[in-house]
Design a binder for this molecule. Sequence first.
Ligand code: HAM
Length: 405
Amino acid sequence: MIKALRGMRDILPPLSKKYLYFINTAQKLAQNYGFEYIQTPLLEETSLFKRSVGESSDIVGKEMYQFIDKGGNDVVLRPEGTAGVVRSFIEHKLDRQGKVFRFYYFGAMFRYERPQRGRFRQFYQFGVESFGEKSVYEDASLILLGKSILDRFHIPYRLKLNSLGCPNCLPPYKKELVKFLSSCEGICEDCKRRRELNPIRVLDCKNPNCQEIYKTAPKLKDFLCPECQEDFSKLQTLLKKEGVEFEIDENLVRGLDYYTKTAFEFVSEQLGAQNALIGGGRYDNLVEMLGGKPTPAVGFAIGIDRILELIEYEEGREGFYLGALDKEGVEVIFSLARKKREDSKVFLEYKPKSLKAHLKSADKLKVTTVGIVGEEELKSDTIWVKNLVTKKEEVIPLEKFLELG
Ligand code: HAM
């Protein structure tokens, strides 16, 4: 038997219904915040991710689904959404318009990680990316959008916040950190690699031994330039004013190399080891790094697979069930269903059955209204109707049935 690949899964009803319910709600809220839908390809040139997500990241270092296509191109199944959106933003010359652009997207991402609860090799993200807005109000707005999506589904969370500095203050800090690291004995192999490629990534190493060592490391917050400091404290003031609770996590450096200034994560206590629900932050240098005009930007992505675990979704009664007591009646309900389906959800039973059997099926299907055509109704162009919520029963003309809400 052929099965889905390890770390990849089918999303069937009822989970698929929850998926759509989440997408519809999240996209409505993103639209309320001024974001518009963007769709970019699943396959991109490998160099796009090397230059954006960064060679020091686990994603580029170990986890990419990378291959040479039939045309000899070095390509990757996208491990995340930001890089592709930035590529598109530059390719379509939106960086030259001097305007603010806000996009949202959702879809599959691919990372060759070790599968476990909440971690898949094909997983789904809902992301937003905002371009051209330098103001820290935008960072705050995005965090509020993230919060409002989680609140909408009654999902408890902890919000972690950090500032990763800018090209003025980060390099001197990195220098100090490298100096510190070169005096450290016993850091893990991953950290040795990170030390060379992007030293601040050592700070979120999960190895307890490394964490112990880094307790005495120089702190980035002591190196932030006045602008970064001011923005970070303004962000905190804005969030406090809006009643958003957060904690500062100095080790929150994010697993992707493109971040500057604000970095944040919403985590859940109910998810086990893979507890990050939303990750995001500012990436003011990325557009320029990928060849565009310097453009400030900020975004986040929600892990849909993880959020679905926490959403409670009970489907209410909806729509119609049409059945007949004999073969002739089936002809009638078949036509009736075609018309009714122009505006309503209709379950159509092709097999003639007893009234009792129809009512049992209709109840299981969670419809609101049952319509049955029997011998009497056939003669008079009518239909027997029962509302399963109000329990009201009546016989009405077929045309009247089409008007039922
Ligand atoms: P990220 O932190 O790598 O950020 O991923 C965002 C979210 O995707 C995570 O918090 C998690 O919920 C989910 N996720 C990541 N990997 C997996 C996996 N293997 N299985 C299931 N869920 C997963 C980014 O991807 C950035 N592009 C976010 C961003 C947008 N930053 C700025 N704009």
